[in-house]
Ligand binder design. Structure first.
Ligand SMILES: [Zn+2]
Length: 300
């Protein structure tokens, strides 16, 4: 079985973005009525999924994608906590609808209602709702809700502990994932994403976080950051994630393959079948115990 642990709903129906646009427009006009999520039909969801993520899943032979809201659109730095909460809820509810339409192909991972300067404890309720009520299996945690200005303390600071306590209680991991950059120094995907992955990894290395929370688990995406590794990361700590229909959507003219068609790189490695099975399936099931439980119920 091939589990792709990193996919976002980058192709959500237009009404969803319209809601976000109205939210942002209302920031400039306090007299405007509060924006409300627009109506989206199941057929619209089907169309956006079947033509994109589902088609590519089938084409590339992966079985299941851990699916979360579009990361660059989380925009935690925009507006205030109330705006972030309403947007986050709409995003997570939309992911739940995708999962309900295609339970074999997608499992939910949630966005959090983070906002700069707001205690992370305020994100606990949405995590709990998504895990317990919507049956999601993990979350995306933004180490920099300020969008490139890094005003939050390091991930090893006690500031984050109330959230980690809930992650441990619910037995869910977090993928470290920033959103858009509003700092002109950092290109969103080209610099900000990669900076954040490296930054998080180095904070974990330098801090004592895992002494306080031995069962805590994080996924560092986008190749794991530009950490000056002294050893190769061992097979037990690598998960497959392709971010299919992600930031780089084109076909590489030199190879004829889509840039996000990354399964072929793992297939080409001189690893045993058992080692590949760990990267494609077993490690993900260990890191996401709720995914494992869900698959076991299905006899997988
Ligand atoms: Zn991503």
């Amino acid at each position: 079985m091939i589990i792709d642990c990193h996919g976002h709903y980058t192709t959500a129906p237009g009404a969803h973005q319209k809601f976000r646009d109205a939210q942002i427009a209302a920031l400039k006009d306090p007299t405007a009525p509060a924006a409300k999520p627009g109506a989206i039909s199941d057929d619209e969801i089907r169309e956006t999924i079947e033509k994109n993520q589902l088609r590519l899943q089938k084409q590339r032979g992966s079985d299941l994608t851990l699916f979360s809201p579009r990361a660059s659109a989380m925009g935690h730095h925009l507006g205030n906590e109330a705006i972030s909460s309403a947007w986050t809820r709409a995003n997570n509810d939309l992911i739940k609808r995708v999962v309900d339409l295609y339970p074999e192909n997608f499992v939910g991972v949630c966005q959090l209602p983070q906002s700069p300067g707001v205690p992370i404890a305020n994100s606990v309720a949405e995590l709990e709702r998504c895990i317990r009520e919507l049956n999601f299996v993990g979350c995306n945690l933004n180490p920099d809700p300020s969008g490139g200005h890094w005003t939050a303390p390091p991930l090893t600071d006690r500031h984050w502990y109330p959230f980690y306590e809930k992650m441990v209680e619910l037995d869910v991991p977090a993928m470290i994932h920033v959103s858009a950059s509003c700092n002109p120094n950092f290109h969103a995907t080209g610099a900000h994403y990669i900076n954040a992955d490296t930054t998080a990894f180095m904070q974990f290395i330098e801090g004592d976080l895992f002494r306080d929370f031995p069962p805590l688990r994080f996924i560092i995406p986008h190749g794991g950051g530009a950490v000056p590794y002294v050893r190769v990361i061992d097979i037990g700590n690598i998960l497959f994630g392709s971010e299919l229909v992600g930031a780089v959507r084109g076909i590489d003219p030199r190879t004829g393959h889509y840039f996000d068609d990354t399964r072929r790189y793992i297939d080409a490695l001189s690893l045993s079948a058992a080692e590949k099975e760990r990267i494609y399936e077993k490690n993900a099931r260990r890191v996401f115990p709720r995914l494992d439980a869900l698959l076991k119920v299905r006899g997988l």
